[in-house]
Design a protein around this ligand. Structure first.
Ligand SMILES: Nc1ncnc2c1ncn2[C@@H]1O[C@H](COP(=O)(O)OP(=O)(O)OP(=O)(O)O)[C@@H](O)[C@H]1O
Ligand SMILES: [Mg+2]
Length: 319
């Protein structure tokens, strides 16, 4: 992506204070042309504030951003022509229907009336909103309202498309539909910025992820690169027929690739490197010591493990 396309968005010391509170702290970041960039962070991290500055809704306190080379502070009108955003909390006009909202949006985006009718029908159908097209906005459910907001971006098909927590109120099949459409939009040439606090969404959709925490970028890379940077990056769990002895735990800890061992009743959880080399030795040792192995589970680290590693806090509460 970086190789073909160059830079779509460049943040230079981008900063926002609300009063004395520093919400976005001197961000420096490049988002590449035609990538899906996931902005992952917990509530209050500064995601929306950053996106609202990029879209010229909020003015930065310090620093700036460039959208395809255009400075958001110097030429906001030109920036707005290139950018479309689906807001986290859509504010629809209450008296209008989904059909009217999208039809007028299409006209503003330059479609003729017959083209507008066609594209609105296509998008409403795809969003499973055709039947609800004549409901008034106050009669829509939260998820339906969100669908209308997101649909606007798919009508506009902007060069830079920004989605602020697009699937937060959306049901499972709706999520998959929106993820597919976001990928199609990227494949057709748009650059996508996606703010989310959902690990799975960031992981499956993003070409690169920036983890944002307290207004700063804590980590940046492809999901795989990020997972690979964690020491003890493989997770191995073994269930035994009885709780392991101290001796067994000590012998596991003595393995050079083991970073951490946790004992939970009959289960041993290990954070380690090169699990494929270590696992046979551990299994042999357990069997020699007279244990029966009831279950072995290996998993890759998740972005939650990455988040924990870089911020010291977990994004998801332990079950
Ligand atoms: N209009 C405002 N006035 C004062 N403080 C604000 C305002 N908007 C946001 N903040 C504060 O700025 C910080 C960042 O908020 P922001 O909405 O950018 O976070 P976020 O990452 O989008 O969170 P979420 O996942 O909840 O949407 C928070 O501490 C928030 O309380
Ligand atoms: Mg937000």
């Amino acid at each position: 992506m970086s190789i073909n396309g160059g830079v779509a968005v460049k943040l230079v010391n981008l900063t926002k204070y609300y009063g004395k509170f520093l919400a976005v702290d001197h961000l420096n970041l490049e988002i590449y042309d035609r990538e899906i960039f996931g902005f992952l962070g917990p509530n209050g991290a500064g995601k929306s504030t950053t996106l609202l500055m990029i879209t010229t809704v909020l003015r930065p306190s310090e620093g700036t951003a460039y959208v395809y080379g255009v400075d958001i502070r110097k030429d906001p009108d030109r920036v707005r022509q290139m950018v479309g955003i689906a807001f986290q909390d859509p504010k629809l006009y209450w008296v209008h229907t989904p059909y009217e909202i999208l039809y007028w949006h299409a006209r503003v985006c330059g479609y003729s009336s017959s083209e507008a009718r066609q594209v609105v029908k296509e998008v409403l159908t795809r969003f499973d909103m055709w039947e609800a097209r004549r409901k008034r906005a106050f009669e829509l459910s939260g998820g339906m309202r969100k669908r209308v907001e997101i649909a606007k971006v798919f009508i506009q098909r902007p060069r830079l498309a920004i989605f602020d927590e697009p699937t937060a109120q959306i049901d499972v099949s709706g999520k998959h539909m929106i993820w597919e459409m976001i990928k199609e939009l990227r494949d057709e040439g748009s650059t996508i910025i996606l703010a989310t606090n959902e690990l799975y969404e960031a992981d499956v959709l993003s070409d690169r992820v920036g983890i944002i925490y307290k207004g700063r970028i804590a980590a940046l890379g492809t999901p795989q690169e990020l997972k690979d940077t964690i020491p003890g990056g493989d997770v191995l769990e073994i269930d035994l027929d009885r709780p392991p002895s101290d001796e067994v735990v000590r012998r596991i800890e003595a393995e050079p690739e083991i970073v951490e061992v946790r004992r939970m009743n009959q289960r041993i959880r290990m954070y380690l490197n090169r699990v494929e080399e270590v696992l046979p030795r551990i299994l042999a040792m357990l069997m020699e010591s007279g244990y029966r192995v009831k279950r072995v589970d290996m998993r890759e680290p998740t972005l939650d493990d990455v988040f924990l590693h870089y911020t010291g806090v977990k994004l998801v509460k332990e079950e």
